[in-house]
Structure formats: C-alpha cells, structure tokens
Design a protein around this ligand. Structure first.
Ligand SMILES: Cc1cc2nc3c(=O)[nH]c(=O)nc-3n(C[C@H](O)[C@H](O)[C@H](O)COP(=O)(O)OP(=O)(O)OC[C@H]3O[C@@H](n4cnc5c(N)ncnc54)[C@H](O)[C@@H]3O)c2cc1C
Length: 401
C-alpha cells in the first residue's frame, strides 16, 4: 500500500490548478447540477466541457478507441477531485453521460451503440449530453415499480408513460431510460428494459420543476407514443434491472471524489474564515467549541478521502464496487449535511443571505451546500436505500425487496 500519488499524478494536479486559475479567472463558478439552470451558466459549462475534452481530461480513463486517453483510474481520481475543488463547470455534462452511461455502454452496449454514443460524450459536445429517466410518480425508492410501457411494434418500441425528477432533461440530447417491456411478471424486477431515447423524438413533453432555491435542475417528462428503434435497446430485453444495478453503482461511485474535492475547498475556507474573523475581540479560531467542530469535519473529510481511494483502487483491479459505492454515497450524504451545518453555525446569519449578496460569506458556498444537501441525499437513491444495500451486500442480511 502506498499513500502517495505518483509524480505523473501530482503533475496532472498542478496542471489542472493552473488551468482553473486561467480559465475561471477568479469568477465564482457554479459547478454541478445548478449549471443546468440558466442559459448563461449552461453555455459556459459546455464551453468548458469542450476545453476539458481538448485537454484530454474529460473522460481520461476511458479507452482511446472511445475518445478517452487510457489514463489510470487514479489519474482520473486526481482530475475529478481537483476539478471539483475549483468548481470547474462542465466536468459532468448533465452528469449521466460521463458518470454512468459511457461506462455502462462499454459493459453491455451493442458495438453499434458503443461506436455511436461513447465518443460523442468524450468529445464534450452538446450532442453528448444525457439525462437519466428512472423515477416515476409511483417509483422512486421502489424503482422496480416503474409503469412506463414499451410495446414492440415491428422494428420499434412504442413508449407511453410519465417520468419525474429527470435532471437535465431540458438540456439533454439523449435519455438513458428504464421502461417496462413485460407487465405479466411474477416479480416486478423482471420485465424491465433499458433504452436509449432520442430527446428530439415526437411525443416527448418536458415540463420544468423548480427547486426551493429557484433552480431548474429537474423536470416532469411525458411520453406519448414515442417511437424508439429496437436497436436502442441496451443489453437484454427484460433483464434491465440487472444492468441498472450496475449503472447505479457507477452513479454512486462517481459522487465520492467529486464531493471530496468540493468539501476540501469548503473546509479550507472555513479554517481561513475562523482565523480571520473575531468575536468579542477574540479570533473564532481560539474558541474550543469551534475548533472541535472543525476538527470533527476534518476527520470525516479524511474518511471520505480513504473511502474514495479504496473504490478507485478496486476499479483499477477490475473489481466492480457495489457495497462500497452505496457506503460512499451514504457517507457523502451524512458528511455534507454536517459540513453545511457546521459552516452555517460558524458564519451565522450571513448564511441566510442570497449567494450573490454583498453580505454573503465564503463565496456563498455554505449557503449553497445547505440548500443542496437534502436533495443530494435523495438523488441516486436515499440514504435508507443505500443502507439496505449495505445490509444485503456487506452484512449478508436478507434482501429488503
Ligand atoms: C436533486 C435530485 C435529482 C434527481 N435526479 C433524478 C434523475 O435525473 N433521474 C431520475 O430518474 N430521478 C431523479 N431523482 C429522483 C430520485 O431518484 C428519487 O427522488 C429517489 O429515488 C427517492 O424516491 P422518491 O422521491 O419517490 O421518495 P420515496 O421512495 O417515496 O421515499 C420517501 C422516503 O421513504 C424512505 N423509504 C422508501 N422506501 C424505503 C425502504 N424500503 N427502506 C427504508 N426507507 C425507505 C426513503 O428513504 C425516503 O426517506 C432526483 C432527485 C433529486 C432530489
């Protein structure tokens, strides 16, 4: 075991730092799902995606034949951590494509799908932006309850139904969708299939849902006789549940290095703030309660770092992490909530102002995290769902479904 990155990896980190300082030129960037909200932020994010692709970073660990660089998983880990630290927009292009669609297609896509879609994602082009439609009004944690029907008719499927909470549907060119291809099954996990849906297809209606911060991330998604070529079926018909469990592991795994990078930056800012801010004539940094709280968050940040390294190490050895991905997701949820709460307690009433206000502190990062963490802990499966997976795969408890 070696707890040091190689010289090559450290050089990469330094290069990303230089890139961020120049390209972001001191602007307070919005990275992550909020970049999907305003046209201006989205345009900037997409221009950065192309720049990142040109630098060879966007999908660096993907094989060269698919537009990657064949870099190691650890190089990619360094890139995601450092890019998240700086809040470089455009690193995830609506999350789905880079986070799990490309990797899933490499595992169970057809040759035609691999050739058509994976290099498009790697190019950083807007035509490589995806959304993911799993959730429905009656299928969230109980994902297997999906009702959106796909009925085969000649060389097409005809889709009818409704999806909800579909992040980035208003920006995406393609959708990674779970549908029901067989309704006469004893177990609802059977009869589910995975399909690629062209977002320009007639019969699709997207309606925005604004979150409580007024940000447009997710949408309602209606399908009315939408025609999908049978060649867009991914993997085996009616075996989608098993493919989707794999995709969800990729999704949950992709969160740890990202959250680690942004949390690392927030904790550094909090430390700087308590050093520079006084209360009743004394620096906040000399208050034992505040010191204790920050030290607790530092321990948790280190834990998240090691959890992330473990998965990257396993992936570099060809192991697909299922329990570990659920554990990291559950831990991120818990840690981000505690970090947001500690930050709010330290900056006090300044946490209550709009992020763009001159009264805002720490670039509005604490306020933003406080507003986002409940949603982050629900997206990609709630903590309770992650704990059910941990019970099954780590502790050998009976299935929860
Ligand atoms: C920011 C954000 C982005 C999202 N983006 C997408 C997207 O792009 N695509 C998409 O398809 N979906 C997306 N979602 C939806 C998300 O996947 C669902 O909200 C999530 O799976 C929970 O489903 P639900 O909201 O129906 O809650 P429910 O499943 O109704 O859960 C309600 C509560 O009950 C608990 N619960 C339910 N079942 C169990 C159980 N068996 N054991 C213990 N506790 C249980 C849950 O943990 C939760 O606390 C997004 C959500 C958010 C917040």
């Amino acid at each position: 075991m070696d707890f040091k990155f190689s010289e090559k990896e450290e050089r990469l980190r330094e290069e990303i730092r230089r890139f961020a300082r120049v390209e972001l030129a001191g602007r307070n960037t919005i990275a992550g799902m909020e970049e999907e909200s305003s046209d201006e932020d989205w345009e900037f994010a997409m221009s950065m995606s192309r720049r990142l692709a040109q630098k060879g970073w966007l999908t660096m660990a993907w094989p060269k034949e698919y537009g990657g660089q064949g870099a190691s998983f650890f190089e990619q880990h360094v890139y995601v951590d450092e890019a998240s630290y700086w809040g470089i927009p455009g690193t995830s292009m609506g999350v789905s494509g880079i986070g799990w669609v490309g990797l899933s297609l490499m595992l169970f896509g057809s040759d035609e799908q691999k050739k058509k879609y994976i290099p498009l994602i790697a190019s950083g082009d807007p035509d490589g932006v995806w959304c993911t439609a799993y959730s429905e009004p009656n299928a969230g944690s109980d994902f297997a309850n999906i009702q959106t029907r796909a009925v085969k008719s000649g060389d097409e499927y005809i889709l009818n139904g409704q999806k909800i909470w579909t992040s980035c549907a208003h920006r995406a060119r393609w959708c990674w969708m779970a549908v029901r291809t067989d309704a006469n099954v004893k177990k609802k996990q059977h009869g589910i299939s995975l399909m690629i849906v062209d977002m320009k297809s007639p019969g699709i209606t997207i309606k925005p849902i604004l979150n409580y911060a007024g940000v447009h991330i997710f949408n309602e998604f209606f399908l009315d006789n939408v025609r999908v070529p049978v060649t867009n079926l991914v993997g085996t018909e009616n075996r989608g549940w098993y493919h989707l469990m794999q995709s969800l592991a990729f999704e949950r795994h992709s969160m740890a290095p990202q959250f680690f990078g942004s949390a690392r930056r927030i904790l550094e800012y909090i430390v700087k703030y308590v050093r520079e801010t006084s209360y009743n004539g004394k620096p906040l940094a000399s208050d034992p309660v505040i010191r204790n709280k920050i030290a607790e968050r530092a321990i948790e940040l280190d834990t998240l770092k090691l959890f992330g390294y473990e998965i990257t190490w396993k992936m570099s050895r060809g192991v697909i992490p299922v329990y570990e991905a659920a554990r990291n997701k559950a831990y991120c949820d818990f840690f981000m909530q505690r970090l947001a709460t500690t930050g709010t307690e330290i900056i006090g009433a300044y946490s209550q102002v709009d992020m763009t206000s001159r009264w805002s502190r720490i670039l509005g990062l604490i306020t933003r995290l406080y507003l986002m963490f409940p949603g982050l802990s629900i997206a990609a499966g709630t903590d309770e769902v992650q704990k059910n997976i941990i019970g099954q795969f780590k502790l050998g408890l009976p299935r929860a479904y």
